[in-house]
Design a protein around this ligand. Structure first.
Ligand code: ADP
Ligand code: MG
Ligand code: MG
Length: 931
């Protein structure tokens, strides 16, 4: 353990041993609790047991952990006792604590927390005398048994039963007494419920519920450490790429009670709108409740601000007078508390320079802040907040750019429901617009069904009363999430926004029946499997499947993208084969075409016939005749593209796929073809059979076609350069780059180069005019990477075709990898799918080598990448670090690549300055304040 012997860090009364910088050791909750104390914000006193202790517990077990932390924990409990003037385990004047999880990155609801610890029947009696509030005391006790019972003692629903057994007891009691809500329980009811809870624990675990507060404390601390490894937490980390070895800290903190009556409350507040990014303070609260009630979504909370409350009421169709009477805001009910809360929120945002998600509790008219963290947000929210905070001078440009996760830009480009469709559609209910997006799918009610259905390719909407952390997998599988209960800060809403998934919460008018698997509205019943559509931006739920259309790009999005381009060194191009693709690519800001695959053009009706004629011809003369028909058609395609690109570079790859892909294998179509070409069917059939290859991907394709049939390369070169000349006469410039595919030897490169250059000269002579063009090759056969210096002598540019390069480096056929890749990923034999995330260790070495050798062969060699990886952020960063000139990806990923390119440049700069700082001062040490 060395000098890391300090295992516990205390905080309270505006002092703290930790601070916000210490997230690795204290977890983000613990570090921020300390920081809030240093800022002078009212926080109940407590202490944090370090993440190091989580590792000790998981590796060396319970006894070892307790032996290490026992003395410090005991002393720290004394610290809490002194600050609160109470005594742990004392019946007259008891001290209660919460035991809370909290790792480096926030994992909402994934691990466990226990409230009201330190209570037993003896203490209940004492506390009733002290507070004169029997209802509150019994409510606290029953809550403690419920939480401790399920978290520490593992009381679970019996197989086949869906409901939480504790909640079932509550529901039963409520029904029996004809109560409307939990708030109607009186002290006597709650006492009986506590008794039933204890019986449930005994029946389900065989153990008595522990009465000794110290036993409760050690049980809770170890249970929180244990919860780091629970299934949903492990899965959440996998999903979000968080290291499994971090471990969680444990925070033990004096309880404050939001359930002491009508002047007590609990809630969650956001400094900005997590869904849209707008700068409006917002949040939700419940009167006379404890913290977990709001996030669990079992009770629908009220709005903090009056403005928010009015907006909520109008969505729910509630008039202003009823709203004022039944659903007043915190601002209206407790104006002073509201002001104090808004002040704390503002201070926290300024301090952390990011949107804050804040938990608070009001105990008998006094405000306490219990947590602050950088709030989860949607992709659109991310962009808006980053741009706004830049304008507010809260962030500098680089930090603002780093605030937006490139992968999340995807969400902004997603389609929305077609306006015409919405007008015709049947809106069956209205909920809260918890996370934007437009999604349609079939109704499922359970996580398992969502997974099974979606694995069969079905689009599903997960419909729940409320979601719990156990539903995470179902939420991932679903297209959208709909809940009948809970608010904008419920688990479902927070997690959906974090995933960028469409979500509508709290659609109260829906009656969900898990047993029948139906949703009832006033005049309609929907069954499992029926289609519904969710509009997460308005909260409207529609029957059936609605068509979607292209969304609008926001002004903030454009601003952010332009800023990204200013910081990036890599240029971003797009792969585009048709004018349609080209337009999309330009809309998303592509600075060129990095790959135009000519073969897709040949599949058009008019071209495929001439193409087939060429393939089926017996000799060169026959091929030339057919190619002459193709030439004008292909020239026109290039003219259209050059015109749109208006002087930006366009990289055109010569014919690449094996010829058999262009001919029909169906007997009937073969016969039609025979009729059209006037050749007997038998001959056509034979010729097609002769094209058969055992392994077409490694067969007669790429430049092997152009080498055996030079007339194909000739025709394509002519089409490209004639097109460029033609549009030159329209006054439009062009910058063609002619790319040879699948080069593996210098000789292939030489032969193709000669064909292209000679054809070019012939055309230039004909037109008595010239066009500048570049001639280069793909690097996608490993051998080409190995001899890149020799190839570069003949090539003016390289473009890494990382799809083929990955395929051939691993020896995985991309078309057959479905048989083993999923299992490899599941068992972590491979960390990522190498066809999505560039394998830097292996394939990356070939790239590094080819770049070095290529530049040795030709110092001004232009280098890019055009595989799928060109739009994947970690691969883009790799390309930046290797000094490539550009990446090229599919049109919809262009914005992702542009931002990733800026991140790569900024990260490089930041790392450089960190290294120089580290060299200046060798060691960084923690400073501990002592009270
Ligand atoms: P999570 O990480 O899942 O949000 P928390 O540790 O924040 O879990 O706790 C769950 C709920 O209990 C929160 O609403 C929190 O505000 C509340 N809570 C935690 N500690 C206390 C405390 N000492 N007094 C009152 N409420 C608390
Ligand atoms: Mg919390
Ligand atoms: Mg290829």
């Amino acid at each position: 353990m060395g000098n890391l012997t300090k295992t516990v860090f205390i905080f309270g009364d505006k002092k703290a041993e930790g601070n916000a910088e210490m997230k690795n050791l204290l977890g983000s909750k613990g570090a921020n609790l300390a920081e809030m104390n240093l800022l002078g914000i009212p926080v109940p006193p407590g202490f944090t047991i370090t993440t190091e202790m989580c590792k000790i517990y998981l590796e060396e077990g319970h006894d070892k952990l307790i032996s290490i932390i026992k003395n410090e924990v005991t002393a720290s409990i004394k610290f809490i006792e002194e600050r609160t003037g109470t005594r742990f385990s004392d019946a007259e004047n008891p001290c209660f604590v919460s035991v809370r999880s909290g790792s480096r990155a926030s994992m909402p609801g994934m691990m466990d927390t226990i409230l009201n610890l330190g209570i037993n029947e003896n203490i209940v009696e004492g506390l009733i005398k002290k507070t004169n509030n029997a209802r509150f005391v019994w409510d606290s006790y029953r809550r403690f048994i419920q939480m401790y019972g399920s978290v520490v003692m593992n009381v679970r629903a019996e197989a086949g039963d869906f409901a939480d057994p504790f909640e079932e007891i509550l529901e039963k009691e409520k029904k029996q007494k004809c109560y409307q809500s939990d708030n109607d329980f009186n002290a006597e009811d709650l006492k009986n419920i506590s008794k039933s809870f204890k019986q449930l624990v005994k029946k389900s675990t065989g153990k008595d519920f522990p009465n000794d507060p110290w036993e409760q404390l050690w049980g809770a601390v170890t249970a929180v450490f244990e919860s780091w490894m629970n299934e949903r937490a492990v899965y959440y980390r996998e999903l979000n790429n968080l290291p499994q070895e971090w471990g969680t800290a444990v925070n033990v903190q004096a309880m404050v009670f939001g359930n002491m009556g009508q002047n007590s409350a609990t809630g969650v507040a956001f400094t900005r709108d997590a869904s849209t990014g707008e700068k409006t303070f917002n949040g939700e609260f419940l009167i006379n409740a404890q913290g977990e009630d709001v996030v669990a979504g079992t009770r629908t909370p009220r709005q903090i601000t009056t403005e928010g409350s009015r907006r909520w009421a109008s969505l729910s169709g509630i008039g202003e007078d009823i709203r004022c009477r039944d659903f007043p805001s915190l601002e209206e009910m407790m104006p002073e508390i509201y002001q104090e809360l808004a002040g704390c929120a503002q201070m926290l945002e300024l301090n952390f320079k990011d949107m804050q998600d804040i938990e608070f509790t009001v105990q008998e008219g006094k405000l306490w802040i219990l947590q602050t963290r950088n709030g989860k947000r949607t992709g659109a929210g991310m962009v808006k907040m980053a741009v706004d905070m830049l304008h507010e001078n809260l962030l500098d440009e680089k930090t603002a750019l780093l605030r937006v996760d490139p992968k999340r830009l995807d969400e902004l480009l997603h389609p929305i429901f077609d306006q015409d469709e919405i007008i015709k559609a049947c809106c069956i209910a209205q909920g809260l617009p918890a996370s934007p997006g437009a999604s349609s799918g079939r109704i499922v009610f359970f996580t398992e069904d969502a997974q099974v259905w979606s694995s069969k390719g079905e689009n599903v909407i997960l419909v729940r009363m409320e979601t719990s952390p156990e539903d995470l997998k179902g939420m991932v599988a679903a297209q959208g999430i709909l809940t009948a209960r809970g608010g904008m800060t419920s688990h479902a809403a927070v997690v959906a926004r974090g995933m960028g998934k469409c979500c509508i919460a709290g659609a109260e008018s829906l009656k969900i029946d898990y047993k029948q698997r139906t949703i009832q509205t006033e005049n309609l019943t929907l069954k499992e499997g029926d289609w519904i559509s969710l509009d997460g931006s308005t909260g409207k739920i529609y029957k059936g499947k609605l068509k979607t259309s292209e969304g609008q790009l926001s002004v903030d999005f454009e601003k952010l993208m332009n800023l990204a381009d200013q910081h990036a060194r890599l240029k971003v191009r797009s792969n585009a084969d048709t004018p349609m693709d080209v337009m999309t690519a330009l809309r998303f800001g592509a600075k060129g075409i990095g790959l135009c695959r000519t073969e897709h053009m040949f599949f058009d009706d008019d071209k495929i016939m001439a193409m087939r004629e060429m393939i089926l011809a017996d000799n060169e003369a026959g091929r030339r005749k057919a190619l002459a028909k193709l030439l004008p058609m292909q020239r026109k395609d290039f003219e259209d593209i050059f015109r749109l690109m208006n002087g930006l570079p366009v990289n055109i790859r010569l014919l690449d796929p094996p010829l058999h892909e262009f001919v029909p294998h169906d007997e009937k179509i073969q016969k039609e073809l025979a009729d059209e070409l006037g050749i007997p069917h038998e001959i056509i059939k034979k010729k097609i059979e002769s094209l058969y290859e055992f392994n077409p991907m490694m067969g007669h394709r790429g430049c092997r076609l152009g080498t055996t049939y030079p007339e194909i390369s000739e025709m394509q070169t002519a089409a490209i350069l004639e097109a460029a000349l033609h549009i030159k006469y329209e006054g439009i410039e062009s910058l063609p780059e002619i790319m040879i595919p699948l080069t593996g030897t210098v000789e292939e490169m030489q032969i193709q180069k000669n064909i292209i250059n000679q054809t070019a000269e012939k055309i230039f002579e004909q037109y008595d005019d010239r066009i500048p063009y570049l001639l280069g090759t793909m690097i996608e056969v490993p051998r080409a990477a190995l001899i890149a210096d020799k190839i570069a002598e003949h090539a003016e540019f390289f473009s890494f075709g990382t799809n083929d390069l990955t395929q051939m480096t691993y020896g995985y056929s991309r078309d057959d990898s479905g048989k083993f890749l999923p299992m490899y990923l599941e068992k972590s034999i491979l960390k990522h799918d190498p066809f999505q995330v560039l394998d830097q260790q292996g394939v990356g070495q070939l790239i590094t080598m080819a770049v070095q050798k290529g530049k040795a062969g030709r110092p001004n060699l232009k280098i890019g990448i055009c595989g799928e990886h060109g739009g994947e952020p970690s691969s883009v960063e790799f390309c930046h670090n290797e000094g490539l000139n550009y990446v090229s990806c599919s049109p919809y990923r262009v914005p992702i690549a542009r931002l990733a390119a800026a991140h790569a440049a900024i990260n490089e700069e930041n790392n450089r300055s960190i290294t120089s700082r580290q060299n200046a001062s060798k060691a960084i040490c923690f400073e501990n304040y002592h009270f």
